[in-house]
Design a protein around this ligand. Structure first.
Ligand code: GLN
Length: 189
């Protein structure tokens, strides 16, 4: 499967590596034209206000909305999930507004409060795996069509709505490609 990674800002190379480890072919997406070449898309973490503004500047916001309307699967992590959300508290970036979740940005605190932990998510891996929360948002509301795949300390951290997958954490920097494999084989297949 050919999977795009929005390559305007954030941890692009790490997602590309995790996708390749999960068996995908990777295309770096910086333009609406490049988006036409992919079957699915990852929107990485970074800074959602900057990333949202850059996507709008090159027309990727409208192009992603149109492709999602046609059924393209999208995996948003951290800032990428914020952009997918319908609502964001704590400074609202230009949202794509595609997923029935509300988030609060930077809800765990500042950079110093970033952390790694084990996550247990049987849909992804029968064993716990390590993930990183980096100035992560908290999901404060999920709509009725949203499935919570994993929780951390009671809070939803991995959510799915049909062909949209969202993680508040970074799955791509701890050497585990299970969430990317789940996206490619379960969400996007
Ligand atoms: N704190 C960032 C934001 O609100 C997200 C951080 C991240 O993607 N790791 O946009």
């Amino acid at each position: 499967m050919r999977v795009g990674v929005v390559a305007l800002q954030g941890d692009v190379a790490e997602h590309a590596d995790a996708l390749r480890a999960a068996g995908a072919e990777v295309v770096l997406v910086r333009t609406p034209e490049a988006l036409e070449r992919v079957q699915a898309l990852v929107i990485p973490g970074g800074e959602s206000t900057t990333l949202g503004a850059l996507m709008a500047r090159c027309g990727l916001d409208q192009a992603v909305r149109r492709r999602v309307g046609e059924g393209m699967p999208v995996f948003g992590t951290c800032a990428g999930l914020i952009l997918l959300a319908k609502r964001a508290a704590g400074g609202e970036p230009p949202l794509l507004g595609l997923m029935d979740v509300a988030v609060e940005r930077n809800a765990y605190g500042r950079q110093r409060e970033s952390f790694e932990d084990e996550l247990y998510c049987p849909a992804v891996d029968p064993n716990p795996f390590r993930v990183a929360f980096i100035r992560a948002p908290v999901i404060t509301w999920v709509g009725p069509g949203v499935e919570v795949l994993a929780r951390h300390e009671g809070l939803p951290v991995l959510v799915r709505q049909g062909r949209l997958l969202g993680a508040t954490f970074h799955p791509e920097i701890t050497g585990h490609c299970g969430v990317h494999r789940y996206f490619c084989t379960q969400v996007a297949s």
